[in-house]
Design a protein around this ligand. Structure first.
Ligand SMILES: Nc1nc2c(ncn2[C@@H]2O[C@H](COP(=O)(O)OP(=O)(O)O)[C@@H](O)[C@H]2O)c(=O)[nH]1
Ligand SMILES: [Mg+2]
Length: 224
């Protein structure tokens, strides 16, 4: 519990046995429920996650968005926090982020990775791709978003009810932000966190996922 709010953390994992241990070791004690969604890992992700106290849900159909939807369905907290299982987002920032959500009276808080302080954490290509995608999202939705691809969000579980989340892929990250942004009853905010280099192997395919995400943005904007 954090100031009377029940906290659930959801972490999607595809072969993150190294990272997930470090993430769970650093999980603050006020977190009530930690859900690791194992997306068909072939390494020891599930065992390690259980060993370090997480609830493990197995989702055999691959996909980042697919994993999140599965995890959210089992979340019982008032506030949900998400992050990668690769130890690139800081579990230490949880209290600061939840405090900010409450203080700003926000419903959805996006943790921006920019400016990136650790030079090894993100290549120039990734930074550029992120900038293009965030700029495109900002133009299409008339709202400045610095990091449309961030995987760390803090939000009130209740807002999920009004969201249409269709993406099963990496585009889920921008879709959930769009759903929050365009709802006038949802107060959206964004603040920076420290981003570091991931442990284990990267799952993102920069060109494929980058172009797909750009196409997804445009399609979603003009589909209804
Ligand atoms: N790409 C991808 N990531 C997945 C999938 N299922 C779970 N994940 C997890 O989603 C998180 C994000 O992937 P990652 O490679 O870190 O991408 P990045 O943070 O955008 O560079 C990691 O914790 C992955 O283990 C999947 O099917 N595809
Ligand atoms: Mg990552």
């Amino acid at each position: 519990m954090y100031k009377d709010q029940k906290i659930t953390v959801v972490i999607p994992c595809l072969n993150e046995e190294q990272g997930i241990e470090q993430v769970l070791r650093r999980m603050p004690t006020f977190v009530d429920q930690v859900i690791v969604v194992d997306n068909g890992s072939t390494d020891r992700t599930s065992e390690v996650a259980r060993e370090f106290g997480a609830e493990v849900i197995r989702e055999d159909v691959r996909g980042y968005g697919r994993s999140y939807k599965r995890g959210f369905a089992s979340a019982t907290g008032d506030i949900i926090v998400t992050l990668d299982g690769d130890h690139s987002y800081p579990p230490d920032a949880l209290s600061y982020l939840i405090e900010a959500l409450l203080h700003l009276d926000a419903d959805f808080l996006n943790a921006s990775r920019f400016p990136v302080r650790d030079r090894r954490a993100m290549s120039f290509k990734h930074k550029f791709g992120n900038w293009v995608l965030s700029f495109a999202m900002s133009l299409l939705y008339f709202r400045w978003v610095r990091d449309s691809q961030s995987g760390m969000w803090v939000f009130r579980r209740a807002i999920l009810e009004g969201m249409t989340l269709e993406s099963d892929s990496m585009a889920f990250s921008e879709e959930i932000k769009i759903e929050a942004l365009k709802n006038p009853r949802v107060h959206f905010e964004e603040i920076p966190v420290q981003y570091s280099s991931r442990l284990g192997e990267i799952k993102l395919n920069p060109w494929r996922d980058g172009f797909f995400n750009l196409w997804f943005l445009v399609r979603k904007r003009f589909s209804k």
